[in-house]
Design a protein around this ligand. Structure first.
Ligand SMILES: *Cc1c(COP(=O)(O)O)cnc(C)c1O
Length: 300
């Protein structure tokens, strides 16, 4: 299950700068539970079962990769799933939510105001009352069992390398990588959100809580959000299309596209010393591209 290709990119820029770039294809881990979402769910699914739960409940926006992944995981593992979706229902359902319902996820819509309470104990208690005894996964699936799953990402990289890069939403994946490396290598995180500097604190807390160590071999590269979460610009889409044609690797415009754009920018600027070997995670998220195509007529 965890054997995914590590694909070396060949490019004039990389040769000129004297760096090697390898893509770890976590997007190929599972056909429907892609990339880091599978890593984050793995131990949570085991825990839910061990605790005797029959249902998973989680939160997300209408295009959420985590919602799609949880729905698929529930179907595969025989657990009922409930998705608490931010905002109003729009029919027909977009590709993410119609996939989720095809996996038998039950959708409940709540206002944006109410959604802000998603981590409040009172609100969670209310949901337990409403839905019975459910196993609750936080938004984006980030909790300590998710960190445990993400820490395994670095166990199967049969290469010596200097840097490892990942896109960031909640920061759970990056925290797992940092914890898994236990102070080795340099870790670069690329926030998909504007103002992603707040993730510094989040990641530090998660790493400390999980591992008990304040590792410092990681940093955020927060300049490549392209205006904010789920915002895109033409140069990003052009980059993604050229990347796909050249390397036959599709990217998504929210996470991996922005990260890869940023990474190539850093390489061009000489951020990495000659002789550096960089591993970059393709965290998946391609299910969301259908929604982008539909909403914005984008070629992604
Ligand atoms: C959810 C997601 C991320 C962000 O993961 P976090 O652990 O929340 O930081 C990155 N890439 C893709 C493709 C995702 O779907």
């Amino acid at each position: 299950m965890e054997e995914v290709p590590l694909q070396k990119l060949e490019d004039d820029l990389l040769r000129e700068q004297g760096v090697e770039l390898w893509v770890k294809r976590e997007d190929l881990l599972h056909p429907h539970i892609s990339g880091n979402k599978w890593r984050k769910l793995k131990y949570n699914l085991q825990e839910a079962r061990q605790q005797g739960h029959h249902s998973l409940l989680t939160f997300g926006g209408a295009y959420s990769n985590h919602i799609a992944a949880t729905a698929a995981a529930g179907r595969e593992y025989g657990l009922k799933t409930i998705g608490i979706i931010r905002g109003e229902e729009h029919l027909p359902l977009n590709p993410t939510l119609s996939f989720a319902t095809s996996c038998s996820m039950e959708l409940h819509y709540i206002s944006r105001e109410k959604y802000k309470l998603k981590a409040e104990p009172d609100f969670l208690e209310e949901l337990q009352q409403q839905f019975g005894n459910v196993y609750v996964l936080p938004e984006g699936g980030t909790n300590l069992l998710a960190i445990k799953g993400c820490a395994e990402i670095v166990q199967d990289i049969p290469l010596k390398y200097d840097y490892i890069c990942s896109a960031m939403g909640t920061g759970g994946t990056l925290a797992g990588i940092v914890a898994g490396l236990a102070g080795e290598k340099q870790v670069l995180g690329f926030p998909a959100l504007k103002g992603g500097e707040f993730l510094k604190q989040e990641v530090a807390e998660l790493v400390q809580a999980y591992s008990g160590h304040p590792y410092s071999n990681w940093q955020l590269i927060s300049d490549y959000h392209f205006g904010g979460y789920a915002k895109v610009k033409p140069e990003l889409l052009t980059f993604m299309e050229e990347f796909r044609q050249k390397y036959h690797i599709p990217l998504d415009p929210i996470y991996t596209g922005k990260m890869m754009y940023g990474l190539f920018d850093l390489i061009r600027e000489g951020f990495f010393a000659r002789g550096s070997r960089i591993v970059v995670l393709h965290t998946g998220g391609l299910q969301g591209n259908a929604g982008f195509r539909e909403r914005l007529g984008l070629q992604v």
